[in-house]
Design a protein around this ligand. Structure first.
Ligand SMILES: NC(=O)CC[C@H](N)C(=O)O
Length: 321
C-alpha cells in the first residue's frame, strides 16, 4: 500500500473513531456490572463501579476521549512496564534477566507457587508481582527515596505531565495491608534475588503502583511505546528501541496476567492492566490508548475495559495476527 493510501485509511479510521467512540463506550458500559472493584487494597474499594473512560491519542497529539475520561486512578501494575524499562536502562539486559525470567506463569499475578517449585526461584517474568518487586530493587538510587524520585521523574517525562504525583492514601493503604506482597518479597530475599532490604524494596514498589494518572496520561505513555520509544509529538527519543521491544513483548505475553492468551486472541495488541481497572494499550506505529473502568473479572482485568478494546480491535482490525 502506498503512503497516500495508508494515510487516507488512517484519516477514515480517525473520523469513524471520533463519531462512534461514545456509542461503543455506552455499549461496553453494560459490562461494568460483570465485575467487582478490587478491595484487597482497602483504598481501591472506594472507586465507583459505574465508571468507564477512554482516551486514544494519535502521533500528532490529537485525542479522542469518551465516557469518564477525566476520572483519576492509580497506575498499579501498569507501572511495572515502565519500571522494567528503567531497570533495563539503569542496569542493562544481562543483570535484569539474571533476576527475572521471560515466561508467562499461567498463575495469578500475586502467586508465589512457582518461586518455590521451579529452580532457581527467580520470578518467571517482570510483570507478575514477584517479578516487579525484584525489578524495583534494580532501579538506580542510593535508597528508596532516591529511587522513587527517579521513577516519578521518568514517568512524568514519558507522560509529558510534570504534575504526576503519588496518591498517598493508596500508598498507605497498600503498605498497611500488603501481607502477600510482603511474603513474596521475603521469599525473594531468601532466594538471593533482592539486593536491598525488603521494606525498602516494597516502599519503592508500592510508590510506583500508587502514581495517579488519568486516561490521557496513559494514552501519552502508551503512544511512546507505540512509537518504539520516541515521543512522536515532541519528536524526542525517551527510551531505547530495544527496551521498548522487550516491554511490548512482555505486555503481549504477560500484560493481562493469566488472561494474556485470551486477550491476544480476542484483541491482539500489546496491553497492560492494573487492579485499579486501568488498561494501557496501543496500536503499534499509530495510537496510544488509555482505558479505565474499576470493576474487574476473576483474573484482575477490567470487564468493561477489555470489552471496549475488543470492540475497537474488531471494528478497526487492530489485531497484529
Ligand atoms: N495487578 C496489580 O495491579 C497489582 C498491583 C498492586 N499494587 C499489588 O501489588 O497487588
Amino acid at each position: 500500500m502506498d503512503l497516500k493510501m495508508s494515510h487516507h485509511i488512517e484519516e477514515q479510521s480517525w473520523k469513524q473513531l471520533t463519531s462512534h467512540l461514545a456509542e461503543w463506550v455506552a455499549d461496553s458500559h453494560k459490562h461494568t456490572t460483570d465485575g467487582h472493584v478490587a478491595s484487597y487494597i482497602p483504598e481501591l474499594a472506594n472507586a465507583p463501579s459505574d465508571v468507564l473512560g477512554i482516551c486514544i491519542m494519535d502521533a500528532g497529539g490529537l485525542t479522542v476521549v469518551a465516557g469518564d475520561s477525566d476520572f483519576r486512578f492509580t497506575l498499579q501494575s501498569i507501572s511495572k512496564v515502565f519500571t522494567l524499562i528503567m531497570a533495563l536502562m539503569d542496569r542493562g539486559e544481562a543483570i535484569v534477566f539474571s533476576k527475572v525470567g521471560m515466561e508467562p506463569t499461567g498463575d495469578d499475578f500475586n502467586s508465589m507457587l512457582k518461586l518455590e517449585l521451579v529452580e532457581p526461584g527467580i520470578p518467571f517474568n517482570p510483570l507478575i508481582n514477584a517479578g516487579a518487586i525484584a525489578i524495583s530493587s534494580l532501579i538506580a538510587g542510593k535508597d528508596s527515596e532516591e529511587q522513587v524520585a527517579r521513577i516519578l521523574q521518568f514517568f512524568r517525562e514519558v507522560a509529558h505531565n510534570p504534575t504526576l504525583e503519588i496518591n498517598q492514601a493508596v500508598f498507605q493503604s497498600e503498605s498497611d495491608t500488603a501481607h502477600r506482597n510482603r511474603s513474596l518479597a521475603y521469599f525473594l530475599k531468601d532466594n538471593g534475588v533482592l539486593d536491598s532490604e525488603v521494606d525498602d524494596v516494597l516502599r519503592t514498589y508500592f510508590s510506583h503502583c500508587s502514581i495517579e494518572v488519568n486516561c490521557t496520561d496513559l494514552a501519552r505513555m502508551a503512544l511512546v511505546l507505540a512509537h518504539n520509544g520516541v515521543d512522536p509529538i515532541r519528536n524526542q527519543r525517551l527510551i531505547p528501541r530495544r527496551f521498548v521491544q522487550i516491554a511490548k513483548t512482555f505486555m503481549f505475553t504477560c500484560g493481562m496476567y493469566n488472561a494474556s492468551g485470551e486477550f491476544a486472541m480476542n484483541v491482539g495488541i500489546p496491553a497492560k492492566s492494573g487492579v485499579s481497572g486501568s488498561i494501557l494499550s496501543m496500536v503499534p506505529g499509530q495510537y496510544g490508548i488509555g482505558v479505565v473502568s474499576p470493576p474487574l473479572n476473576r483474573k484482575g482485568n477490567s470487564t468493561a475495559g477489555v470489552h471496549l478494546l475488543g470492540k475497537l480491535s474488531q471494528e478497526f482490525d487492530w489485531s497484529l495476527f
